[in-house]
Every structure is written in C-alpha cells, then in structure tokens.
Design a protein around this ligand. Sequence first.
Ligand SMILES: [Zn+2]
Length: 235
Amino acid sequence: MSEFKTDPFDIIKDHLSPELKARASSLVEAECLPEPAKKVDVYTWPTTDLQDFETPQAAMDALQLQAKILDLTPEELSREERKILAVAEDKWDRRFVQLAQFISEWSKDPSTRVGAVITRDRRIVSTGYNGFPQGMSDDAALYANREEKYSRVIHGETNALIFANQSLEGATLHTWPFAPCDRCAVQMLQAGIRRFVFPKLSADKVERWGASMERSKLFFKECGATWVELPEITP
Ligand SMILES: [Zn+2]
C-alpha cells in the first residue's frame, strides 16, 4: 500500500502553477478558505493520479480542497466527483477480477478454469471455482471425458453462490476469464446479485462461449442488473 499518496495536497500541488502552488500552500497551512483563484485546468488532473488515492473518500477530500483553491462551480465539482468515483470503482473491480483470476487456477479442469468472487461494499462475501462436488474423485480421466465432466462439474459462480451462505441482494459478482454463462446468470439473478464485472470475451473464446454470454447480458438487462466489461487485465 506504500505507493498510495495519502495527503490530498501532495497530489493537487503537482498540477498547480508555481504561483498558485505557493498560494495554496499558505492557504492550507493557515487552514483558511482561499479566495477565488485564477482557474487552472482541473481536467488536466490525470486519472492515473486519481488511482493513487487509497480510498475514494481520500480522492473526494482532495477534490474538495482543490475545488476551494480553484473556485470550481458546483457543476464542475460534481463532474469531477463522478470521475473520481468511476476511477475508484474501476480500481476495485480490477482487483476483484484479478483475485478471480488467481482463484481460477485452483480448478482442475484442464480446458476452462473459472474463478468467481462475490463482493458487497468492496468486501469479499464468497469465492468459487469450477470443479466437481466434494466427495467426488478429481481424477483427470473424468475431466478428460466430456460427458462425465459436464454431468459432474459445478461452475465457479454457482460454487461461490452455494458457499456464500447469506443474502446476496444487491451484491456484485466478479468473474474470470469471462462473463457468467446463461445458466449461471439466471441463478445469480435469482440470488439477488445485481452487478457483474468480467473481462471482455477474447476472440479465441467467442465461438465456444459467445452466444451464452450474449444471453447472459440480455438476462441482466431484463432484470435491471448492470455489468462492467473490463477491456484488459494487467496483473
Ligand atoms: Zn456457468
């Protein structure tokens, strides 16, 4: 966590002119409200810097401070707030999808390893990966036999659901390497999950999974759920 900047002013001051920086420093030190200052372009605040904040609240605090220094209008402020929340949400979405990726490696299925992480308010509620039920043999020969495999296997999302052991109303499901299949999607929706985060289906998987995942998205829409397709994951 050491890479996070915790002092909002540390980040803001990098984006101010020398005069404004000196003025802002003295204002912050004196803990008084700045008079309307000459506006600098708040939109040059790079999103990579927004990701340096440890929490959305820290970013919001920085923005409030910046708004005072730059005399932002309420419209400008709310636009920036939305940007901050979107970036903060994106960061956590990526983290949980990366965790799903890690968990997927525990699957013994040689062809498709799926990881699932159910969260609520950025806390992990449950995890799962695709595999046979406990008590069944994990013999590689059973995974190699398509008929046996499809008959026995429980998808990662469903495993996460089974072990959640609590209401999932309004929870988020993060999956790797793609969206829940249509059969999992209906179960997740029935359990109350209303937000889905997953990487975009890669071109080599479209033929096998594309139709199922398009159905999942139709089902999400029908039930008023939202989803986020992450373009790429860099661990
Ligand atoms: Zn499934």
